[in-house]
Design a protein around this ligand. Structure first.
Ligand SMILES: [Zn+2]
Length: 427
């Protein structure tokens, strides 16, 4: 499932695989069409070097290949596909893409069975769809307001498969009063802080098991790879199985954690604040190359794909539940004191411990970062400044300065968060 579209008109997309049951004549027709489209795609490749944009590419090749008799919309889809595949030299397989209702349609037969009508070439054919689990899912989704947008048809293991793409318009997001800072860490998947004026402070560490589990998978993989290198076929099969297991484990846990966070956000009417992942990656690369993070072993343990997976999952689930997601630049969130706002590198004592050099406020480093993120989110959303944890502290801090006077432009620029001037005193 993906989220696409611009800011004003957003929609989400989901893909459901379905099995088709074409008869022999139709299978022949499909094979012919697919071969033709594949040849067309390979013929297009040399023209790519002559143009600089997708539109110019279309003008250059569209009329030249019109005689082939491929449906115009299918032809355009292939052109787009070829142009966007930057490094492709030859295409060995290419799914046929059909857009509803221009070159395809999803209907019912007179007997009430589901069929898809597609026209890869000029002729339109109807293909029956298996009434399996996939089709039941489609029916369920349709009841929930999803509509069929397009489909991809290709041959897989001697049978014809269709990937049906469904779309749904996103509802507008709700009004918010508080924020949830989500810090994505190496040891703990997500450290969260619920910062809301009328709810108690909730702070949780979610996904502690992921790093350990991934480490376990890694050790197992290392052993199996040794055997596989010696030519052990069983080890090779086990490796493939292991890869799937790991993927499914991480996917499931990411979705579970995301659901927990979204539930909390819905309960407390809060926005979810996450850091910009692009920046995070760059930071890690810098740190890894500097040798601060212990080189190869650490770099491997970063497992970046699971972080981007978590970000995507959280964004998607939040949008489905109408929870606003705010992306902030995480500059200095790990070096700034969430209590007094003093920024110093020396405050980060170890990787896990944060202890402010100014006010002696000591806290877990991930928790500190997630608190800072929740404050940054308040600033970006224009909410009044509030920090829930200050009331829990036994000592008052004179240096407690607030970031409400920092402008939004400064948050989005590079170095703003550390220099915070006081405007609203908190007891
Ligand atoms: Zn401090």
């Amino acid at each position: 499932m993906k989220t696409k579209g611009n800011h004003t008109n957003k929609w989400i997309e989901t893909t459901i695989p379905l099995t088709l049951n074409p008869g022999k004549t139709k299978q022949l027709y499909l094979c012919r069409a697919q071969a033709k489209i594949l040849a067309f795609a390979n013929n297009l490749l040399p023209f790519k070097t002559q143009v600089s944009s997708a539109l110019n590419f279309h003008h250059l090749v569209y009329k030249r290949f019109k005689y082939l008799g491929i449906h115009s919309q299918v032809q355009e889809a292939v052109q787009r596909r070829v142009y966007s595949a930057k490094r492709a030299r030859t295409f060995h397989q290419l799914p046929m893409e059909f857009n509803f209702p221009r070159s395809g349609n999803l209907t019912m037969s007179t007997r009430g069975n589901p069929i898809v009508k597609i026209s890869p070439l000029k002729q339109r054919i109807a293909l029956p769809i298996s009434r399996d689990g996939g089709w039941r899912r489609v029916e369920e989704q349709m009841k929930g307001g999803w509509t069929a947008h397009s489909c991809k048809v290709f041959k897989h293991n001697r049978s014809w498969v269709m990937h049906l793409i469904l779309r749904k318009a996103l509802p507008p997001t709700q009004e918010v009063e508080g924020t949830i800072g989500v810090d994505v860490g190496r040891k703990i998947m997500a450290a969260i802080t619920v910062n809301h004026p009328s709810f108690a402070l909730v702070e949780q560490y979610l996904g502690k098991d992921l790093a350990w589990k991934q480490h376990q998978f890694q050790t197992r993989r290392a052993v199996l790879q040794q055997y596989a290198a010696q030519g052990d076929k069983r080890a090779r099969r086990a490796l493939i199985r292991l890869r799937k297991q790991e993927k499914h484990y991480v996917q499931t846990r990411c979705a579970q954690i995301a659901h927990e966070i979204v539930c909390l956000a819905a309960l407390t009417r809060s926005a979810i604040i996450i850091e910009d992942l692009k920046y995070l990656r760059r930071l890690w690369t810098i740190q890894a190359t500097k040798g601060n993070w212990g080189g190869k072993k650490i770099r491997r343990s970063l497992n970046r794909w699971s972080y981007s997976l978590f970000h995507d999952t959280l964004t998607r689930i939040a949008q489905l539940h109408q929870i606003p997601i705010v992306i902030v630049l995480p500059h200095y969130t790990s070096q700034t004191c969430s209590h007094c706002g003093k920024r110093s590198k020396r405050s980060r004592r170890t990787r896990d411990l944060f202890s402010c050099i100014s006010c002696r406020f000591t806290v877990n480093a991930d928790r500190n970062a997630s608190r800072n993120l929740s404050l940054l989110g308040q600033l970006k959303l224009g909410l009044p400044f509030f920090n829930a944890w200050s009331s829990y502290l036994p000592f008052p801090c004179e240096r407690r300065t607030l970031c409400s006077s920092v402008s939004l432009a400064e948050v989005c620029s590079t170095t703003s968060y550390g220099v915070m001037s006081s405007s609203v005193p908190v007891d």
